[in-house]
Ligand binder design. Structure first.
Ligand code: NAD
Length: 249
């Protein structure tokens, strides 16, 4: 079944991990996919694979983000779906006692300010259409104290969650749905990099996942496709957990 036939979808952070898996899933569901990433080489390769349009952009730049949605609208005539997903994880100890202000600001810029910029840029197009679906990538850590010591990351994702809820309520009567996706740990380069320096950290994390494993990116992409589609027509301002049971334990 193709639930996204002829829908136009923008995905940020589309060159890797969850974004790339979602680009493939959206393509399989019939969407026209615009892949956005700061990594030009991987982004170009990914776009070739899914027969999509690649736009190189830094999601922390207001000018870049405006160009992304303008180019999409000029090319395809509309923007139906925005999956605001680009993000980074601080590589080293991100505890409140050790994180410097520059590192903190960098994480807020890429994970939170980017979502603000993307929502601000895409909503006018969706308002004109009277319809749209925005999915912002938060994390399960925004929902619970996960004792990860990742203070800047957790705070940025909490902001994404609150902003998505607020926008979902604000634009509900205009046909624009806004949801926060809250994945548990997912087997992507971001997670592998995080655990590379401390393999025991992975084992400690697994103990807290009732399913006893990390998610695969395709399992998260399946949830994004649902939220993007009309199957989720009555879902907005939601905190959509896909976490193998972590938050229920
Ligand atoms: P990933 O590292 O595999 O992919 C992230 C992509 O974002 C990369 O292609 C990177 O080049 C791009 N990117 C980074 N900074 C950018 C910028 N300034 N402008 C444009 N593109 C930029 O990571 P992933 O695991 O697929 O993570 C995707 C999202 O999911 C992130 O927001 C992450 O915080 C979130 N998340 C991940 C996990 C996990 O365990 N992997 C869990 C919960 C939430």
């Amino acid at each position: 079944m193709q639930r996204l036939s002829d829908r136009v979808a923008v995905i940020t952070g589309a060159a890797s991990g969850i974004g790339l898996a979602t680009a493939r899933r959206f393509r399989d569901e019939g969407a026209k996919v615009v892949l956005v990433d700061i990594d030009e080489t991987a982004g170009t390769e990914a776009a070739k694979e899914v027969d999509g349009l690649f736009i190189a952009a830094d999601v922390t730049s207001e000018a870049d983000v405006a160009r992304v949605f303008q180019t999409t609208a000029e090319t395809f005539g509309r923007v139906d779906i925005a999956f605001n997903n680009a993000g980074i994880s601080p590589p080293d100890d991100d505890s409140i006692l050790t994180t410097g202000l520059d590192a903190w600001r960098k994480v807020q810029e890429v994970n939170l300010t980017s979502v603000y910029l993307c929502c601000k840029a895409v909503i006018p197009y969706m308002r004109k259409q009277g319809k749209g679906s925005i999915i912002n990538t938060a994390s399960f850590v925004a929902k619970m104290g996960a004792a990860t010591s990742q203070i800047s990351y957790t705070a940025s994702k909490g902001g994404v969650l609150a902003m998505s809820r607020e926008l979902g309520v604000q634009f509900a009567r205009e046909g624009i749905r806004v949801n926060a996706l809250c994945p548990g740990p997912v087997n992507t380069p971001l997670l592998r990099e995080l655990f590379a320096s401390d393999p025991e950290r992975a084992a400690r994390r697994l103990v807290h996942i009732p399913m006893g494993r990390f998610a695969e990116a395709e399992e998260i992409a399946a949830a994004v496709a649902f939220l993007a589609s009309d199957d989720a027509a009555f879902v907005t301002a939601a905190e959509f957990l896909v976490d193998g049971g972590i938050s229920g334990a």
